[in-house]
Design a protein around this ligand. Sequence first.
Ligand code: PLP
Length: 254
Amino acid sequence: MNFNTALLHNNFRGDTSTGATVVPVCQTSAFAHESAEKLEAVFNSKAFGYAYSRISNPTVDSFEKRMAALEKGIGAVACSSGMAAVTMSLLNILQSGDEIIAGSGLFGGTLDLFEDLKAFGITAKFTDDVTPESIEPLITDKTKAIFAELIGNPKLNVVDVKAVAELAHSHGIPLIADSTTATPYLIHPFEYGADIVVHSSSKYINGGGNAISGVIIDSGSFKWDASRYPGFKGYEKFGKLAYLAKLRDRKSVV
Ligand SMILES: *Cc1c(COP(=O)(O)O)cnc(C)c1O
């Protein structure tokens, strides 16, 4: 399946219950089940199904699967905006005392977020050019993430993903890439070593400029060691899916 076909058909073969040929919009907060026991099982992730749209919803699920397929990731979590995606991609792994290293030419909302995170004890260190040479001197024991926009908005500066990912991994640090401006049409950041990709899908991915949304996609390749990332305690059993399980807040079962 090539790019244009995958855009339309990946993970979606029509709705078998209604015959709809495009993804129906399920505009509902909650989902009914035949018994309280079934609902409880779904709610506790012990049975497949939908319970509440903040956690999952067939329309959102279809978008997440499609984005994961386009980025060649193991899964995705959709968010209410690109800023929600950027924020949650970091808060899912960080705690007070941690440091982030980031490019300085970032989207304004992300720069504001990094300023706001100071109040929670999370510090961002900035580098004008996101290169291994400029990042390495900024790395400390507290560095828990490197964050870069692959094509910066607004400067359009381009990051050498492979070189930066290699440096990050040599220090046991994940690379979180904001690929909003690049889109999966231009690059698959996971093929060059990025660990997590975020998008503001309000931009090219929406395409029509009529809705705000964001998405976080996981490569599944970073090992979230709970001794370095204490929030992952209890999530080890999810293996490669630990980051996504934590993000969706599913401690019990997949
Ligand atoms: C727009 C944008 C965001 C924020 O996304 P919203 O959907 O506006 O919240 C984040 N990163 C980049 C690179 C953007 O262009």
